[in-house]
Design a protein around this ligand. Structure first.
Ligand SMILES: [Cu+2]
Length: 776
């Protein structure tokens, strides 16, 4: 519920004057109609410009009836100073009414732990997985092909042929199969939290879980929420290095494009963020598949560098837990060990809607260093909090005190149904906080150390986290990666969209019956960038204009744990402890500059591969690529003009088995969290200075900050194909701040340039790249 009701306030409270609420409601309905039209493919953004509904700045024209904040539109351009000076929330036409709370109070429902996905024998897959896409034909639903009858298409939506075959499939044959189905939401009657009820706030997993953000809120309609396996809570995949996983992803969504509850697109492509594997498994934005199809993702779970470093697998630090409490050694660089990933939809120009519809899960990766069993004291295991002696898989993967938290802001309509405004091109902000799809829950904890794997799964919202008593936490990981040195802190850095922070909180300082809250300090009033980070007392004082500021998760302390805490104290008595030092970087082969801009144009017009923004000035997100950077200083715009997304355009072609230095430039006061697929990078400098300790490890998302410049180095090795670089504010990504780069192997096994996949229900075809940028 909004707490502010002045002229400038975006967040209307339920106490706002009636006319203003009625105007806003009418505007919301009109916007919802446009939103629906876009999601049904009946209206394009270009149409909106043509009709005069969008200004050349990409803003909704202030013609009343659409924009409830017409009165404050003139303040649009002058709003940045107030963010930076810590001023009040300025307006942004996100355009939703306050989400009703149906008389419920926060912290009255238990937070569900993730739902652990079954790990099956590969022989359970029928048909058996194949290196190349399975093109066995099946009838195509006429609704997918404009009513045509009698057509057939492949059962697997992966692009066919050698270029999209699973790389090194024979070398890394799948050892574990997981089948997962994206479908309309329903009740969960097979919940497996992987822990006993006392570790899940008393939730009895045998009790069916309805799709509700709170037990006393209305259930979500089937077409409003599309999740993995069609249920709450979110799903967790547990994997080990050296144990390749075949994830067969079924698309069981409706074949009726209009049956989406007003937002979301029924074609899917799933990105395991940020796995090191071939492009055919990376959820390429154009390699989407259709209802009634599946897509086999082959996750080999190899350490980066496995083709050149420790190739004979002799170092126990490069390894994975086996089922007997020991280590299975694997090739590769142990400094590249990863721990906390997530997976989510990456559908071209619909990622924001599909992820917002709850199509997101998490992935814990276990290694010899990060075992998921704190009791194993062999000199290799770092013994981060997890628990031990558990029956699920002893020696690894214990979830007792290792807790995934998926944070996401949401909004729902007067009927409690999930809703969004997908023509809020600056970014969409919800007004209610959820954790693991639960609105402001509580979580029971024993008085011992816990590890929380915290993911920001929002569309456009940033967070900054603290405990309500401002007490100490220890950051042990940033994105997927354990830090070189743990960081003691009382509040986190900003957590951008798609970033992950693993935090250890020691609850042994509390007594039974005490509570402490996890608090969001990050105030936002614009999807463009975060506003001021408040103090804990400001954030919990109830005065922020942003309803997502303040306490959102309440820890209730139960008392001493049933068994002693055997985890290592990661605080190192305030000095931190060493976890995983950074991998050595080879000589830089090449430099490039990418400038993230809001004045992008589109030089291509392929209706499938391009996003056609208005291209008439500020408001169209894009990326300028300069592939010709020498060692001299970069010009502020990198030499190229910003281009909107075209997945048929190859923007860069890094050489195979090289290291490159990329400069990522922000600007115009926005803040873009930039995600680069494929391999972890290291921040060399941020605005010319060394990165902070918490940013000094490996990363896969780089927040640029307003006018910021981040220089990173990353390696391109082991696998090939087409990958992406994009803003992970998914509203920016979809409109159209995304580019494709191809890993240039020079010759075999990859053609260079690679043909672009064109996905249709009747099968994927290929066409030549629309464009290869100069000097790529
Ligand atoms: Cu952005």
């Amino acid at each position: 519920m909004g707490r502010r009701d002045d002229k400038e306030g975006f967040w209307l409270s339920e106490n706002s004057d009636r006319k203003r609420l009625r105007d806003a409601e009418n505007a919301r309905k009109n916007r919802e109609e446009i939103t629906r039209g876009i999601s049904h493919g009946k209206v394009s953004r270009r149409d909106l410009v043509k009709w005069g509904l969008l200004t050349s700045a990409g803003l909704l024209a202030p013609i009343g009836g659409l924009n409830p904040f017409v009165r404050s539109m003139n303040a649009q351009t002058s709003s940045f100073s107030s963010f930076n000076s810590g001023g009040s929330c300025s307006q942004i036409p996100t355009g939703l009414n306050p989400s009703p709370l149906f008389g419920q109070s926060p912290f009255t429902q238990p937070m569900p732990r993730f739902d652990v996905l079954a790990r099956n024998a590969v022989s359970t897959l029928s048909p058996a997985p194949t290196a190349q896409a399975n093109t066995t034909q099946q009838p195509v639903d006429p609704r997918l092909v404009g009513g045509q009858t009698g057509l057939t298409g492949p059962i697997e939506g992966r692009p066919p042929g050698a270029n999209w075959a699973h790389q090194k499939f024979a070398q890394f044959p799948p050892a574990v199969a997981t089948e997962i189905t994206t479908k309309e939401v329903t009740t969960n009657s097979t919940y497996n939290p992987g822990v006993t009820s006392d570790l899940n706030s008393g939730i009895n997993p045998a009790t069916p879980i309805p799709p509700k953000f709170h037990p006393n809120f209305p259930a979500q309609n089937a077409n409003r929420v599309w999740t993995f396996n069609g249920t709450f809570p979110p799903k967790l995949l547990q994997v080990r290095y050296g144990e390749p996983v075949l994830m067969r992803h079924h698309n069981a969504l409706t074949t009726d494009i209009t049956n989406n509850g007003g937002f979301g697109r029924f074609t899917l492509t799933t990105h395991e963020h940020n796995a090191h594997h071939g492009a055919e498994n990376d959820g390429f934005t154009g390699a989407y598949f259709w209802p009634n199809q599946f897509y086999d993702y082959h996750y080999p779970w190899v350490l980066a560098g496995f083709t050149s470093i420790n190739t004979t697998a002799t170092d126990a630090r490069a390894g994975a837990p086996n089922d007997a409490g020991g280590i299975t050694k694997v090739p590769g660089d142990w400094h590249e060990t990863m721990s906390t990933h997530w997976f989510h939809d990456h559908m071209f120009t619909f990622t924001d809607q599909n992820v917002y519809k709850c199509n997101a899960g998490m992935n814990n990766i276990y290694s010899s260093l990060d075992r998921g069993d704190e009791s194993v004291n062999d000199g290799v295991n770092l013994r981060m909090p997890s628990g031990y002696s558990e029956t699920l898989h002893p020696g690894w993967g214990n979830l007792d005190y290792d807790v995934n938290l998926m944070l996401a802001d949401k909004a729902w309509d007067a009927n409690g149904q999930l809703t969004m405004d997908n023509i809020a091109f600056d970014g969409f902000l919800g007004d209610q906080m959820t954790v693991n799809f639960a609105w402001k829950p509580f979580f029971n904890v024993y008085a011992r150390r816990y590890r929380f794997r915290i993911l920001n799964a929002s569309v456009s919202r940033f967070f900054a986290l603290a405990l309500s008593d401002s007490s100490n936490m220890v950051q042990i990981a940033n994105d997927g990666n354990l830090l070189p040195l743990t960081v003691n802190l009382t509040q986190t850095d900003q957590l951008g969209i798609a970033e992950r922070y693993d935090l250890v909180i020691d609850f042994s300082r509390y007594k039974a019956g005490q509570t402490v809250d996890l608090v969001n300090l990050q105030q936002m009033s614009s999807g463009k960038l975060p506003g001021p980070v408040l103090t804990v007392s400001q954030a919990t004082g109830g005065t922020s204009c942003d309803p997502c500021v303040g306490s959102f998760l309440r820890f209730k302390v139960l008392g001493p744990p049933p068994k002693p805490d055997l985890s290592v104290d990661p605080s190192g008595a305030g000095k931190g402890i060493v976890l995983i030092p950074n991998p050595a970087l080879p000589t830089v082969a090449r430099q490039r500059t990418f400038t993230f801009d809001d004045r992008a144009s589109q030089d291509q017009n392929d209706p499938v591969t391009t996003y056609l923004g208005n291209g008439q000035g500020r408001g169209s997100w894009g990326i300028a690529t300069n592939n010709n950077s020498g060692s001299s200083s970069f010009s502020s715009f990198g030499g190229g003009s910003a281009l909107q997304a075209d997945f048929g355009r190859i923007s860069s072609q890094p050489g195979f088995a090289t290291c490159e230095e990329w400069t990522l430039q922000g600007g115009f006061g926005w803040d873009h969290p930039i995600h680069i697929h494929f391999e972890e990078g290291q921040i060399i400098s941020r605005n010319g200075s060394k990165p902070s300790p918490a940013e000094s490890g490996r990363k896969d998302v780089y927040r640029l900050r307003p006018s910021g410049t981040v220089v990173i180095r990353m390696q391109f090795r082991d696998w090939g194909g087409m990958f992406m670089e994009h803003c992970h504010n998914t509203m920016h990504e979809d409109n159209a701040m995304l580019l494709r780069w191809d890993l240039d192997t020079g010759s075999t096994p990859f053609l260079s340039p690679l043909p672009t996949p064109i996905s249709k229900p009747t099968g994927v075809t290929f066409q030549n790249p629309d464009e290869i940028l100069s000097g790529a």
